[in-house]
Write a protein that binds this ligand. Structure first.
Ligand SMILES: [Zn+2]
Length: 134
């Protein structure tokens, strides 16, 4: 089992690792997209003329894959924090691939918000959720 920490203890922890934190989900971080365009190496890519540029691969790539990156505000009695949830974790909660979500939201942008509204309820159904600290 991973060690338990409060958010204040987590802020003061110098080591990397996985910890158990009991915190309240307070919503999404304002103004942040829930996904990013990624290279097959999982790094984010930037549009570059007819392609994308990947700093990880140091070259232009022609295929972009949308990947989840959801930032959420959490709090406990000791502090507040922003947790970042990535691809597989968000996909498990929403039970929907990021590509499907992005395709659907092109048809109707309200679908994106509808799914993100479902997210907190799906999160609550999980008895324990693990975030890794880097
Ligand atoms: Zn790459």
């Amino acid at each position: 089992m991973h060690p338990k920490k409060t958010l204040a203890q987590l802020h003061d922890t110098p080591e990397d690792g996985t910890f158990v934190v009991y915190a309240t989900f307070n919503g999404f971080v304002d103004g942040e997209d829930c996904w990013y365009p990624a290279c097959k190496c999982h790094r984010s890519v930037a549009p570059d003329s007819e392609a994308y540029y990947c700093k990880g691969c140091v070259k232009n790539v022609f295929q972009m894959v949308p990947r989840y990156r959801v930032k959420i505000n959490v709090s406990d009695a000791t502090s507040v924090a922003v947790f970042v949830m990535f691809a597989g974790d968000v996909q498990n909660i929403l039970n929907l691939s990021c590509s499907s979500l992005v395709s659907a939201s092109k048809v109707c942008s309200c679908l994106l918000w509808l799914l993100l509204c479902i997210f907190p309820y799906r999160l609550l159904q999980l008895p324990v959720y693990y975030f890794s600290v880097f």
